[in-house]
Design a binder for this molecule. Structure first.
Ligand code: BGC
Length: 424
């Protein structure tokens, strides 16, 4: 933990120095100023979603400079962001989430957005838990975009029908369905063998097999005894069982290619956050007809959340208005509606009508409210919401090692606990 923070501090000290000396002052073409926006939204659904923000900004006379770094889950984007900061040239806005916002805030390189927040009434329009994450020492330094739910299972009903299988509600039922789909000559699970995707399925199993309290102790508190417990062994056993039903093409497959396998009927299901729904929408597929959006086994009463947000860096005066316009537009209803319909997520702004949204989004909206009352609303570990990057790294590495070897569930739980203990 300390190591990572120290390297970030060194990097940012250099960045602030370089910026103060003027090297970070990018050129902006339009009169209204420019925003350079670092994000990793490059799939069909994601690109359609982010295009909305570009259009809204351009309609106000600002210039959008796209800085897209491909790579699901954002690992590549974060590496590029650090090197841009190191070069003294951070973009105006960057897709950064959860506790990491505090690390950037510590360096004093972020823009204070309180004036926009006050004028737009963010304190009343955002859920308090969300607003708190966007603030550094009580000041807004980030803007939330949406709420994604992680614990989904995207199913192709034609595949299930062909195999005579039913949509599973438990991991036992999953195994029964997967066997049938395999016997019918189809791929049960569309799997993307990349660390962040493996970690996504892992946390879904942690929630389902262990329950909410176990999830919180394991993946939010990173409690070492919980990580090596018998329940965690059961989680890894379940993960091993699921891995029996993936295809040989899985290693390093991008998440959206896995979604395509469900869309085109090659595979029965995919476990993924609801950005996958953006791909179904972009392919003009309708829920409950062309695809079924079901909560992942044993998690119907839970909501693993993942909130996208942008941090804003200090920029030259001529681009300040453009940057603040971006912050303002993101929380306004127009963006919240159109962006989230394309993205597969739900609005982060309170009080939005559910009318324009599809059935899975309405279910997510209802469950977001219900789980925030019941205590079953939990942050995603795999998507940077729950723990600091070094702990997340230790967890994800262990899960990946497990998925790509014949490690036993017992050894995996022990390794998870010791890897986390080493960085805590
Ligand atoms: C982000 C989503 C994105 C997904 C796939 C997640 O971490 O929150 O916005 O669509 O990664 O890249």
């Amino acid at each position: 933990m300390k190591r990572i923070i120290t390297s970030l501090i060194c990097l940012l000290m250099f960045a602030s120095f370089a910026f103060a000396t003027g090297q970070g002052d990018g050129t902006s073409a339009a009169k209204g100023g420019e925003v350079e926006v670092l994000h990793w939204w490059t799939s069909g659904g994601e690109a359609a979603a982010v295009a909305v923000l570009k259009q809204l900004l351009e309609a106000e006379g600002y210039t959008w400079k796209d800085f897209a770094v491909a790579g699901g889950g954002g690992d590549n984007a974060m590496t590029v962001l650090k090197s841009r900061a190191l070069a003294g040239n951070p973009p105006a806005a960057a897709q950064v989430k959860g506790p990491q916002i505090q690390l950037w805030g510590d360096e004093g390189v972020l823009t204070n957005l309180n004036d926009v927040a006050k004028a737009e009434d963010w304190d009343n329009l955002l859920p308090k838990v969300v607003a708190d994450v966007m603030k550094y020492k009580g000041n807004y330094v980030a803007v939330p975009v949406n709420v994604h739910r992680i614990n989904w299972m995207w199913c192709n009903p034609a595949v299930f029908k062909k195999a005579g299988a039913t949509i599973p509600k438990t991991w036992e039922e999953f195994e029964a369905a997967a066997k049938k789909i395999k016997a019918a000559g189809l791929i049960p699970v569309a799997w993307g063998g990349q660390p962040w995707q493996e970690a996504t399925v892992f946390e879904i199993i942690v929630a389902g097999v262990g329950g909410t309290d176990f999830y919180k102790k394991a993946l939010v508190d990173a409690d070492v005894n919980t990580l090596k417990s018998a329940t965690m062994v059961k989680v890894f056993k379940t993960l091993r069982m699921v891995l029996q039903y993936i295809d040989p093409g899985a290693p390093n497959r991008d998440w959206n290619l896995a979604t395509s396998m469900v869309i085109n009927g090659e595979a029965g299901m995919q476990f993924m956050g609801d950005w996958a729904k953006g791909e179904f929408t972009a392919a003009k597929k309708a829920p409950d007809k062309d695809y079924i959006a079901a909560t992942a086994p044993q998690t119907s009463k839970q909501f693993i959340f993942n909130i996208d947000s942008f941090i804003m860096f200090n920029v030259a005066d001529k681009d300040k208005n453009a940057q603040k316009a971006m912050a303002r537009l993101i929380v306004q209803p127009k963006f919240q509606e159109v962006f989230n319909i394309n993205k597969g997520s739900i609005p982060v702004r309170l009080g939005m009508s559910e009318e324009p949204f599809d059935i899975p989004a309405r279910l997510a909206m209802k469950d977001f409210v219900a789980t925030s009352k019941s205590g079953d609303l939990v942050p995603s570990m795999a998507h940077e919401m729950a723990v600091m990057p070094d702990i997340k790294g230790a967890m994800v590495d262990t899960v990946t090692n497990f998925c790509n070897s014949d490690m036993s569930a017992e050894d995996a739980a022990a390794q998870l606990a010791s890897a986390v203990a080493a960085v805590k």
